[in-house]
Write a protein that binds this ligand. Structure first.
Ligand SMILES: [Zn+2]
Length: 170
């Protein structure tokens, strides 16, 4: 079972226990949250040469009582970024499959990642439902012109034509 450790509010509902609550980040790479009665810690479990190694991050604390500052208090996203920078694991965008080296930013969710490009694409879909406009997408990317997404709206005639084509399809 996957535990919701990405959110401080959800972590507050977990029972204190000796065994950390783990979530999978990538193949052979897991992030854990060890919930103590007084002190809680992030725990990293990584497979190296066939064996799992677990280490507790003692220099930082989860953002349970204090807001994350990226230095001494790390939230889920920040601790995953730390893991990514220290690990050789192949971490990829769950949507387009690009590695973290091919994108500007990978945002972590519980067991999934999304890159900045896919976030832009999602936002475009949300802002512009495909009813009467279409995104210009080449090689799975929204085409940008001068930093702005380019839209190619269907004309009414084109829409009618498409509907007729679909209707005529046996
Ligand atoms: Zn992506």
């Amino acid at each position: 079972m996957a535990f919701a450790i990405h959110d401080a509010e959800l972590r507050a509902r977990l029972e204190p226990r000796a065994k950390p609550y783990f979530v999978r980040i990538a193949d052979g790479l897991h992030l854990g949250y060890r919930k103590g009665k007084a002190v809680s810690r992030w725990v990293i479990r990584e497979r190296r040469r066939g064996a799992y190694q677990t280490r507790t991050l003692r220099q930082v604390q989860p953002d349970d009582q204090f807001p994350a500052d990226g230095v001494g208090v790390l939230n889920f996203q920040q601790v995953v970024e730390k893991m990514m920078s220290e690990s050789n694991s192949k971490i990829r965008c769950s949507f387009c499959g690009k590695s973290r080296h091919e994108v500007a930013k990978l945002v972590a969710g519980p067991g999934v990642f999304i890159c900045d490009g896919c976030i832009t694409l999602c936002q475009l879909y949300i802002d512009h439902p495909a009813e009467d406009a279409k995104l210009l997408i080449e090689d799975g990317k929204a085409v940008l012109k001068d930093g702005e997404p380019v839209f190619v709206p269907f004309s009414k005639a084109e829409l009618r034509q498409r509907k007729e084509m679909l209707a005529a399809d046996p």
